[in-house]
Design a protein around this ligand. Structure first.
Ligand SMILES: Nc1ncnc2c1ncn2[C@@H]1O[C@H](COP(=O)(O)OP(=O)(O)OP(=O)(O)O)[C@@H](O)[C@H]1O
Length: 331
């Protein structure tokens, strides 16, 4: 088990992380989400051993990761870190970059392993190309294959698909996360992108201004977010004062409602005037103004006309679940 305890970490006098404590079980895939600047990369760099923590500890089972004040070359042999700036050898080929990290004791299987990793990153056609001649996204894929070649026990991924276009991103995500599961590699992935997280991470940590404000099974966290910040990392969300709904007129609280949780009626519900209807491919995301109330975002299968009036409804199940849950930070 990876055990991370960081009471505090500062750059000069600026506190970046505070009271960070969590565990990751062997073979588990945990996501780390948070807005830009919340401390995700800093946390991964500390775990890997690039940054020294005065006070705190990182353990993998009974082995302690000691950090840069103890290790001449940062890092631990059982852990790999894929940073946002990939450190490749530009003047050698893709297959040489990958092959360099394969074990010298298994020379007879090198070609097979290189072929397997090239297939995983979908760069078979570029095996003999020098890395300097690849695009940024292709280089990120090579960097990924290089860390996988080393078969770590723990993999730390920092925005692993940040440079990769949508065309390749979806299949790469599926290939990579299936490969890691099959190999039983423990993964901690920092990402802004809910598509990297929702389908793949069993558990998600939410970092806000250097503190972990939620640590939950991913599905549970999505369905029952503890606050607006958490929900908005997963996409558009509304903070709906429920006294606007007839049956809750006495309750002075807000609930979080995702745009797809509103049912749209032409006859009854919370009245809104449509102000925009955005095409999202599979549906339209509409913006509607409640009279003397907030702007709300809701989905419809078809485009709505600006100026039209529609009525929004939320199921009692959703409201009650949101009213009851959400504040816990334990999985
Ligand atoms: N070398 C550094 N010296 C001083 N401050 C730094 C340094 N690196 C990062 N910071 C600061 O630490 C904070 C956290 O940065 P970090 O890169 O960990 O955030 P992040 O959540 O990974 O952001 P992003 O999603 O944009 O990569 C930011 O306020 C950043 O300005």
């Amino acid at each position: 088990m990876l055990n991370v305890q960081i009471p505090s970490f500062q750059y000069k006098s600026k506190v970046i992380l505070e009271d960070v404590a969590f565990e990751v079980h062997p073979g588990e895939h945990v996501a780390l989400m948070g807005e830009s600047g919340s401390g995700k990369s800093t946390l991964l760099k500390i775990i890997y051993g690039f940054l020294h923590v005065e006070d705190g500890s990182i353990f993998w089972g009974d082995r302690q990761a000691l950090g840069p004040n103890f290790n001449l070359v940062p890092g631990e042999p059982y852990m790999k870190y894929l940073s946002q700036d990939f450190d490749l050898m530009p003047f050698t080929t893709v297959e040489e970059n990958i092959g360099q990290y394969l074990s010298v004791f298994e020379r007879e299987t090198h070609q097979e392993r290189i072929a397997e990793l090239l297939a995983l990153i979908e760069l078979e056609a570029y095996a003999k190309t020098k890395v300097k001649n690849l695009s940024g996204g292709q280089q990120q894929r090579v960097a990924l294959a290089r860390v996988l070649a080393q078969e770590p026990e723990i993999l730390l991924l920092d925005e692993p698909f940040g440079h990769i276009d949508n065309f390749k991103r979806n299949s790469l995500r599926r290939n990579l996360f299936a490969h890691l599961k099959k190999k039983g590699i423990t993964v901690l992935t920092a990402s802004h992108d809910p598509s990297d997280v929702l389908p793949f991470a069993e558990r998600t940590l939410i970092l806000e201004k250097g503190r972990i404000i939620a640590n939950q099974k991913t599905k549970k966290l999505y369905r029952n977010p503890p606050n607006y910040y958490t929900a908005s990392l997963f996409g558009e969300v509304n903070e709906l004062p429920i006294k606007l709904l007839k049956s809750y007129s006495q309750i002075d609280k807000s609930v979080l409602v995702y745009p797809d949780e509103f049912k749209v009626s032409t006859t009854s519900g919370l009245k809104v005037e449509v102000t925009h209807s955005f095409f999202k491919g599979s549906h339209y995301l509409n913006e509607g103004q409640v009279e003397d109330g907030p702007m709300l975002y809701f989905n419809t299968p078809k485009k709505l006309k600006v100026g039209d009036t529609v009525f929004l409804n939320v199921s009692l199940g959703t409201i009650n679940r949101r009213l009851q849950g959400g504040q816990k930070t334990n999985p």
